[in-house]
Design a binder for this molecule. Structure first.
Ligand SMILES: *[C@@H]1O[C@H](CO)[C@@H](O)[C@H](O)[C@H]1NC(C)=O
Ligand SMILES: *[C@@H]1O[C@H](CO)[C@@H](O)[C@H](O)[C@H]1NC(C)=O
Ligand SMILES: *[C@@H]1O[C@H](CO)[C@@H](O)[C@H](O)[C@H]1NC(C)=O
Ligand SMILES: *[C@@H]1O[C@H](CO)[C@@H](O)[C@H](O)[C@H]1NC(C)=O
Ligand SMILES: *[C@@H]1O[C@H](CO)[C@@H](O)[C@H](O)[C@H]1NC(C)=O
Length: 487
């Protein structure tokens, strides 16, 4: 498909300032203005400085595997400074060449060796090896030196997770063991004290056929979160609960509203923030973009846990503030503009809709001639997050093939539609913003954010559709929410 390079222009010039809020699904930019490039990431807290280090798969257009492991650091989990590659691929290396799979890296400090240890899923391009890679460095940001790639206790290892128990400091590897018929398990295996090798299997999540595991630990419980296996398409992430790591573990249960496929994300990591007022758990998910993996987004959201009910939920906020000191999460309040306040052009129209708060949805938005325009949007003259509430019914249902939805015969499933957003009629180069509107389901409304340069006073937002490789429809709109500028 044709890439929309021009759409990045405006953002690059407006978002390099420190961003203090977390905006799930947005194009996150580092302090140099580049896209944050750390997919299937994990966060390690440096014990001395308290700084957060994000490690993830480095992906660029044309090379989405074997790019090595990128590292970023932050004080607030919202402002990210790039430190380059922590683990660099080496041409011709038997395990970490650009032709190899270097996925789901995790880093933990080993007091025994006084080094940082990086572990990941090490494989060849056809996933035929299923190993765990190990590298180390005296410096958290690297460079990490390759040590080994091994089969855990002689077995297979695909999606890799690492969990450290905050009560006793012991670390565990979590790994799905692949798709073979005799596999399809997720293992929870203890590391030795130095985190240089695995010790023993603590639990096997037997034949659930799940992947992308992470563990959330509370004072009373362990919750193991994992996704189903649908490739890069999102699905309903589930959690198991237990009093102890060796189990017994509960039945798995779904952690986000049905129809949202975990807000279009996959699990992979979680972070415990022990603040002065509360302990907050964050879900660190990936919103994979199968059409262009390199620009996949991140869905980081707070987790709500009810120990009485033994339940856990991932909670959506369009824009929120996380106070690292106190541990408190504050959703940012915005101003809501309903579909009823918009006008339409061409074949776009208002349609009665029982699930829209205003009773109306804007539909048949397409190209640049069938559009919806929100008027009298109050701006501040400083870039503001605007969240577009939408429904996209190109859903894949539960079929795992394009057109495999049970709700549609022979349909052609598409990952996302792309809307165009034009502020105050400025449709020139760099002024048309592209907004990816991923599948939802009928009546399932999600929101997608854009940082927009609104003028001080009244503004007009015109929403159309852009070509997504299949057609140029935008999705149906329920309304927009305009957030105040970050300070
Ligand atoms: C990956 O490894 C498996 C097992 O050794 C092997 O059968 C397969 O051919 C390898 N794939 C590539 C692309 O080298
Ligand atoms: C660790 O890496 C950082 C850059 O990422 C560098 O500033 C620092 O000097 C390094 N420290 C050591 C001990 O190598
Ligand atoms: C490897 O995993 C399979 C499936 O979980 C299991 O049946 C087998 O016992 C394991 N082998 C070893 C050596 O742990
Ligand atoms: C509108 O879209 C058409 C076809 O997609 C394109 O050729 C044309 O340049 C667009 N016009 C404007 C004003 O963007
Ligand atoms: C915008 O607001 C002004 C007054 O505040 C009003 O006169 C005008 O009709 C509004 N425009 C639209 C399109 O709603």
């Amino acid at each position: 498909m044709v890439r929309l390079h021009f759409t990045y222009y405006l953002l690059a010039t407006t978002t390099s300032a420190a961003a203090k809020w977390i905006v799930p699904g947005a194009r996150w930019r580092d302090t140099d203005g580049a896209l944050v490039n750390a997919h299937a990431g994990s966060v390690t807290v440096d014990q001395e400085s308290g700084r957060f280090f994000l490690f993830g798969e480095y992906k660029v257009q044309g090379q989405v595997e074997g790019g090595g492991v990128a590292v970023y650091s932050s004080e607030d989990l919202a402002t990210w400074e790039a430190h380059g590659l922590a683990l660099e691929p080496i041409q011709g290396h038997p395990y970490i060449s650009p032709q190899h799979i270097i996925q789901r890296p995790k880093v933990v400090y080993s007091p025994g060796t006084e080094k940082y240890h990086m572990w990941w899923h090490a494989d060849n391009s056809t996933y035929g090896r299923l190993l765990q890679g190990f590298a180390h460095s005296p410096n958290i940001t690297g460079p990490y030196t390759f040590v080994s790639a091994t089969a855990p206790l002689g077995n297979w290892s695909q999606d890799f997770g690492l969990f450290t128990d905050y009560k006793d400091g012991k670390s565990y590897a979590l790994y799905s063991n692949g798709d073979r018929k005799e596999a399809r398990d997720v293992y929870l295996t203890s590391f030795n004290d130095e985190v240089t090798a695995l010790e023993e299997v603590v639990h096997r999540f037997d034949k659930y056929d799940l992947e992308a595991p992470t563990i959330v630990q509370t004072e009373k419980s362990y919750f193991a979160l994992m996704s189903h296996k649908t490739g890069y398409r999102p699905n309903n992430v589930v959690a198991f609960r237990a009093d102890s790591l060796s189990g017994p573990w509960s039945q798995p249960f779904i952690v986000a509203p049905l129809g949202t496929r975990t807000f279009n994300s996959q699990s992979g990591f979680s972070l415990r923030i022990q603040g002065t007022k509360q302990t907050t758990h964050l879900y660190l998910g990936d919103q994979w973009d199968a059409n262009s993996l390199w620009e996949s987004r991140y869905i980081w959201l707070p987790i709500s846990i009810d120990e009485e009910k033994k339940s856990l939920e991932v909670v959506w906020h369009d824009v929120y503030d996380l106070n690292i000191q106190t541990g408190e999460i504050s959703p940012i309040q915005g101003t809501y503009y309903p579909a009823t306040s918009a006008t339409t052009s061409g074949s776009a129209f208002h349609q009665e809709s029982s699930f829209s708060p205003s009773g109306t949805i804007l539909t048949a938005i397409r190209g640049n001639t069938s559009t919806a325009t929100f008027h009298n949007i109050t701006g501040t003259g400083t870039p503001q997050w605007v969240s577009f509430q939408y429904q996209n019914t190109d859903d894949m249902g539960f079929g795992d093939q394009p057109g495999g939805s049970p709700d549609r015969i022979g349909g052609s499933w598409q990952l996302r539609r792309i809307a165009s957003v034009v502020v105050n009629g400025r449709a020139g180069e760099g002024e048309v913003q592209s907004l990816y509107l991923r599948d939802t389901h009928k009546g399932v409304v999600l929101s997608a954010p854009l940082l927009l340069a609104l003028e001080k006073g009244e503004n007009r937002l015109e929403v159309g559709g852009l070509w997504n490789g299949w057609d140029d429809r935008g999705a149906d709109l329920v309304g927009v929410v305009v957030y105040p500028p970050e300070e």
